[in-house]
Design a protein around this ligand. Structure first.
Ligand code: HSE
Length: 430
């Protein structure tokens, strides 16, 4: 067997600890599969004395992550610090500049700096791997870059944030309001340290930006992902969506056609019978379409110590085997800058929820506005009078355009009988 691969781990949160545990528990199995031992030599975290439930005493302790790659007994650095910039980015750049390979779970960093880091890795002839950054335990990056490598891909979509999928699932299963499930999710510790990353769709958008590059060979372009989160979804939408045959999911959808890249993350109403509509609670799921394979579907746990650490270790094994090919599966210099497609180009149907005063002429005003904006209604439901004399009017449109829908909503919002900002959810045929 060749020399062991000597690993430094920067960041000893639950994923870092998970990596330590897997490398200990599966030492022999991993050595057999990798063709050489993979051993941790060095670790680094903010606080040396925290009890992490694993014995770290045999590893060297280095206080500054950015200097890990300078150590002689480090062949490869695992960056688990997180954050788009700061120490994580410094560590990544320094590692690659030192001609050492980098494995990271850092979705924000790869979404923002993926193309530059891929360049740096290539210049220094080392590997950059980030399977753990997208959908944890689902090996979606390797599936796309290796298993589906013979195909031209044009569509990838999926549930890429487990926390919001859990929240939407529980709202449906238990009839909880958004605020009730938010409080519970917070208590369970499922939310990111900055909850906005989950709730506002940013975390899913980071993952989507990475998948676009992996699937289409485009430069990571996070700034052109259209992003909407789940904060406006209420129990009524889940209930009325169900009556219309839909389930609400927060999806990331990326499409590439003729050099044009459409990337969006927002709540959608989808047919309840679709396989992805049945993916509930903390699970993630991805769908990838390719020209020779038709459609493929992947499901698994997208977060947590075990699934994320498993993806990190798989990347280490890959590099131990000598696989140091390009990060996005084609030379960094060949990654193309795609033309971003605005959300305003979207064509499709919409679900609209209006909270209005229950008085004469309201429906006429609403339908008049829709007519003026050239939006045609497919189904309309009016739901009982509330104690306070208000009602919900819910409708599904025929196919229309994003701009026509926005025009209609603007007109509708101006009526004094409309007491809350209208909510629209895109209905996706997938
Ligand atoms: N906050 C993320 C999620 C963690 O809920 O999916 C995994 O990236």
């Amino acid at each position: 067997m060749s020399n062991p691969l000597k690993v430094a781990v920067a960041g000893l949160g639950n994923v870092g600890v998970g990596v330590v545990k897997i490398l200990e528990k599966h030492k022999q199995l991993i050595a057999d599969r990798a063709g050489r031992e993979i051993i941790i030599t060095t670790v680094c975290a903010r606080n040396k004395n925290t009890d992490r439930g694993v014995d770290l005493s045999s590893y060297n302790w280095v206080p500054d992550a950015a200097t890990l790659a300078d150590q002689d007994d480090v062949d490869i650095v695992v960056e688990l610090i997180g954050g788009e910039n700061g120490v994580a980015y410094e560590t990544a750049k320094n590692t690659l500049k030192n001609a050492k390979s980098l494995v990271t779970a850092n979705k924000a960093m790869i979404a923002h700096h993926g193309a530059d880091l891929a360049d740096l890795a290539q210049e220094n002839n080392v590997a950059l791997r980030f399977e753990a950054a997208v959908a944890g335990g689902i090996p979606i990056i390797k599936s796309i870059g290796e298993g589906l490598a013979a195909n031209e891909l044009n569509l990838v979509y999926g549930i890429m944030n487990g926390t919001t999928n859990y929240m939407l699932s529980q709202m449906e299963a238990r009839g909880l309001s958004y605020n009730e499930i938010l409080a519970e999710t917070e208590k369970l510790g499922y939310l990111e340290a900055d909850p906005s990353l989950d709730l506002d769709g940013i975390d899913a958008a980071h993952k989507l930006a990475i998948l676009s590059s992996v699937a289409f060979g485009t430069k990571t372009d996070f700034d052109n992902v259209y992003i909407e989160g789940i904060r406006n979804i209420e129990t009524v939408d889940i209930k009325y969506g169900k009556e219309l045959g839909y389930r609400i999911k927060l999806l990331g959808i990326t499409k590439f056609e003729n050099g044009n890249l459409s990337q969006r993350v927002h709540p959608v109403m989808i047919d309840r019978k679709l396989p992805i509509a049945g993916v509930m609670d903390g699970f993630n799921a991805l769908v990838v379409d390719g020209d020779f394979i038709d459609r493929t579907f992947y499901q698994g746990r997208g977060a947590g110590e075990g699934p994320t650490a498993s993806a990190v270790v798989a990347d280490l094994i890959d590099i131990a085997r000598g696989h140091t090919g390009p990060a996005f599966f084609k030379p960094a210099s060949k990654l193309v800058a795609a033309n971003p497609v605005s959300i305003n180009e979207r064509k499709g149907a919409y679900y609209i929820r209006l909270h209005v005063k229950d008085e004469a002429g309201v429906i006429a005003d609403i339908t008049g506005s829709l007519k003026q904006a050239n939006v045609s209604v497919k189904t309309m439901l009016q739901k009982g009078t509330e104690m306070d004399g208000t009602v919900y009017v819910v409708l599904a449109t025929h196919e229309t355009t994003e701009t026509a829908m926005n025009d209609a909503l603007k007109l509708i919002s101006e009526f004094s009988s409309v007491i809350e900002a209208p909510l629209s959810i895109r209905i996706e045929k997938l």
